[in-house]
Design a protein around this ligand. Structure first.
Ligand SMILES: *Cc1c(COP(=O)(O)O)cnc(C)c1O
Length: 408
């Protein structure tokens, strides 16, 4: 198998043979497929094996892979030059479109990754409030910046501990960690540290620990508590943005954050991300204000072209979110019927995950390998969501349900 040969070579050249850890497939006791190409809902590896793809590059491919209009937009942009390090018209179009689709983005800035977007939003919140602490939730992932790579400390009200080697404990203690959906824990943290807290950062749907829906009232309560204490509310919409609705989770749940971050879909498959929100907060960002943040490739012409084309296609199709949700529901309903009490299948829109009750790690690994053998490429970790695109057909969905019927 060419994938195996490539992986062996790669292991001597890159840590774990990959450029992002989950791709190594270690959690499911497998080695990675190396991908040659992808189109629509299908992805093909270097050995010519084709799969129905439920990773969708972890979200960006909401229109399916290699959508002709997106590819053409990139091609056209490339003809005029790849990067200038100076402003371009498309960046203005992007900021205007973002504000139209997500009204809370009064002003915004483009960066190159979701990690950078969250890191920068947190810095802006700290600069604006003059406070050092941030609250995050244990089940949420916000990229790999130092302050976000933390786990709950020994006491609920103390600062966090590093969740990665290389993160200074002195840095981690400025992050306070609460359990997701636990508003009492947030109240306790604010009661103890309220005047030091710059912001609460939250995934409005947690989608990096399996899919966890916010309990009714949770996001509203975060909105109220942060406002009451003069802290900012930051929605990390890197996954939910343009996935649950054109206006993201903030539109879907009707809760407006002060700042939000977008990634994945906003780059249309190219490296682009965005943070933004209240104009008064964003005025603290350089060169207008004292919060420094910059990027050589930020607003890159190709990435902006791909993102704009993707957002315009989403905007032009008033039924797309209903279609995506119908597919999500079809898959979740089918899996629930087959698995019964064996597994939970949380789902919202085109995001879902499968969580087995007994021996979850081992059972998931077996499930993943069964899927692969049936021509289905799913995220190789039970903590990652399945992503459905507009290109997925009912047959694509039913293939997973048929596989579930075979799963012992
Ligand atoms: C993927 C993700 C990030 C990090 O984005 P990268 O582009 O991988 O740096 C941040 N927050 C959430 C919610 C994500 O899912």
């Amino acid at each position: 198998m060419k994938s195996d040969e490539l992986f062996e070579t790669a292991c001597g050249l890159m840590p774990g043979g990959v450029n992002s850890p989950v791709r190594a497939c270690r959690r499911v006791g497998a080695t990675p497929r190396f991908i040659a190409s992808a189109r629509g809902s299908h992805i093909t590896d270097v050995d010519g094996i084709e799969y129905v793809d439920y990773v969708c590059s972890w979200g960006p491919a909401i229109l399916g892979h290699a959508h002709p209009a997106v590819v053409e937009a990139v091609r056209e942009a490339a003809r005029d030059g790849l990067t200038f390090g100076a402003p371009t018209p498309r960046e203005v179009e992007m900021a205007a479109l973002l504000r139209e689709l997500v009204p809370s983005l009064e002003t915004s800035r483009m960066v190159c990754s979701g990690t950078e977007a969250v890191m920068s939003a947190v810095r802006a919140a700290r600069g604006f409030t003059g406070r050092d602490d941030v609250v995050k939730f244990a089940d949420c992932y916000h990229g790999h910046s130092d302050g976000m790579l933390v786990k709950a400390g020994s006491g609920a009200l103390t600062g966090a501990e590093p969740d990665s080697a290389g993160v200074p404990a002195d840095y981690a203690r400025h992050t306070l960690v609460a359990p997701y959906n636990d508003i009492e824990a947030v109240e306790r943290i604010f009661a103890a540290h309220g005047s030091d807290i710059a912001a609460v950062v939250v995934e409005p749907v947690a989608a990096n620990a399996g899919v966890i829906l916010p309990k009714p009232g949770f996001l509203e309560a975060l909105r109220e508590i942060t406002s009451r204490h003069g802290a900012l509310l930051i929605f990390d919409e890197v996954i939910t943005g343009f996935r649950l609705a054109l206006g993201g989770a903030q539109e879907y749940y009707g809760v407006t954050p002060d700042l939000s971050t977008f990634g994945k879909i906003v780059g249309g498959g190219m490296p682009a991300a965005v943070y933004g929100g209240r104009a008064d907060v964003m005025r603290t960002v350089a060169p207008e204000g004292p919060v420094y943040q910059a990027g050589t490739l930020a607003g890159n012409p190709l990435a902006t072209a791909a993102g704009l084309a993707t957002l315009r296609l989403l905007k032009a199709d008033p039924d797309i979110y209903a279609r995506l949700a119908a597919k999500g529901e079809r898959l979740a309903r089918g899996l629930r019927e087959v698995f019964g009490a064996r597994a939970e299948v949380p789902q919202v829109g085109s995001l879902l995950s499968v969580s087995f009750r007994d021996d979850p790690d081992v059972t998931f690994a077996r499930w993943w390998r069964l899927l692969l053998s049936r021509g289905i490429y799913a995220a190789p970790s039970r903590f990652e969501a399945m992503f459905i695109s507009d290109a997925h057909t009912d047959d694509d969905i039913d293939l997973v349900i048929e596989a579930a019927k075979e799963f012992r």
